[in-house]
Ligand binder design. Sequence first.
Ligand SMILES: Cc1cc2nc3c(=O)[nH]c(=O)nc-3n(C[C@H](O)[C@H](O)[C@H](O)COP(=O)(O)OP(=O)(O)OC[C@H]3O[C@@H](n4cnc5c(N)ncnc54)[C@H](O)[C@@H]3O)c2cc1C
Ligand code: SF4
Length: 350
Amino acid sequence: MTKPILVVGAGPAGLAATHALAAVGQPSILVEKEDTLGGAPILSGYARLVPSDEWAKDAIGRMVERSVQSPLVDVREGTRITEFSGQPGNFSAKLSSGDQIEVGSAVLCTGFTHFDSVNKPEWGFGTYEDVVTTTQVEQMISSGKGVRCPSDGRKPSRVAILLCVGSRDRQIGREWCSKICCTVSSNIAMEIREELPDCHVYIYYMDIRTFGLYETKYYWRSQEEFKVKYIKSRIAEVTSDGERLIVKGEDTLVKRPITIPFDMVVHAIGMDPNVDNKNLAEVFGIDLEVNGFIDRGNSYGNMGETSRPGVFVAGAATGPETIDDSISQATAAAMAALAQVHTPDAAAAG
Ligand SMILES: Cc1cc2nc3c(=O)[nH]c(=O)nc-3n(C[C@H](O)[C@H](O)[C@H](O)COP(=O)(O)OP(=O)(O)OC[C@H]3O[C@@H](n4cnc5c(N)ncnc54)[C@H](O)[C@@H]3O)c2cc1C
Ligand code: SF4
C-alpha cells in the first residue's frame, strides 16, 4: 500500500496540498500546531480577501471543510513534528502526541509570522492605544463591530494607514517587500470609507506595489471611487498632542515636512519568517535562506524542493506570498511529493 504523505501546516497552502493529493486518491497526514485549521486568514480573523472579495471565514472555511471531510486526509490538530528521519519514499516522523508515523515524503506549508509592530516603537504602536495593525482592523471588520478607536470606542473621522511596517526596512533587518500589504491596505481603506463615509483616509507610502491587475481594482479605484488620499512620504514618528495622534514626516514629492493629526493610525504589517523555522530546519534537516525563510529550489526544474530530497515546501514558508500563489505552489509541491512516493528513483533523477 502507498505510504501517506506528511503535510505540515493547515493554512491555505497545506489545505491545498492535502486536497490535491486526495483528488488523485493519495492519503495524507495533515499536522497543524494550532487547535484551529485555516492558517493566518482564520487564526488572525481576516475580513474580505483580496482579490476574491470573499469573507476569509467562508473561502478558507470551505478549504478546511474539504480536507476535514475527506477520508483520505488524516488531520492532527494541536500537534508538531519532533523527529524526522529516513530516505525519500521511506521516512519516519515522531509527533508531539507521542505517535510515530511512516510517510513517503513531506510538504512543509508552515507559513509566516506577522511582524510585531513593537519592533517599530517610533511609530507609536504599544504606546498609543489607537495605533493598531492591519490585522486588528481586519478583526474589527470581520467581527461585525466596525472600525472603532480602541481607546474609547468612537468612530474615527481621520485614519492614517502607514505602509511597509516591518518590510523594506534595513534598519530592523527586514529588506523584503511583503507583496500583499499595499493591496490589502487599499482594500481596507475602501472598506473604512464604505462603513464611515465621513472618515478621511490617508495612505502613507514609499512606493505603491499593487502589482499586476491589482493596480486598477485597488490603487485607482480607492482614489477615484472612494477618495482615499495617498501621500508619498518618509515617516519620522507618531506622537500625540493629548487629543489626537500626530503623524510627522516628510512629503517626498514636494520635499516639505508634514504634520497631520489623526484619530487612528494603522500599521500595514509585513510577513516575517515563521518563528519556528530554526526548529523546523533542525528537525527536517533543511536549509533556510538568508532572511530565515525556508530555502526553495528554483521553479524551472523543480516543484517546491528543499535542500533535502523528499521534503518539499510551499506558500509563505518560502517568503511573502499571496493566498493564490500559496495554493498554486502547494498543488505543485503535492504532485512532486506524490511522484516521490510512487516512483522515488525517477523523482530523484529529476
Ligand atoms: C494583514 C494581512 C492580510 C492579508 N490578506 C490577504 C488577502 O486578502 N489575500 C491574499 O492573497 N493574501 C493575504 N495575506 C497573505 C496571506 O496571509 C498568506 O498568503 C497566506 O496566509 C499564506 O498561506 P500559508 O498556508 O502558506 O501560510 P499560513 O497562513 O501562515 O499557514 C501556516 C500554517 O502552518 C501552521 N504552522 C506553523 N508552524 C508550524 C509547525 N512548526 N508545526 C505545525 N504547524 C505549523 C500555522 O499554525 C498555520 O496554520 C495577508 C497577509 C497579511 C499580513
Ligand atoms: S507590498 Fe507595499 S506595503 Fe507591503 S512591503 Fe511591499 S511596498 Fe511595502
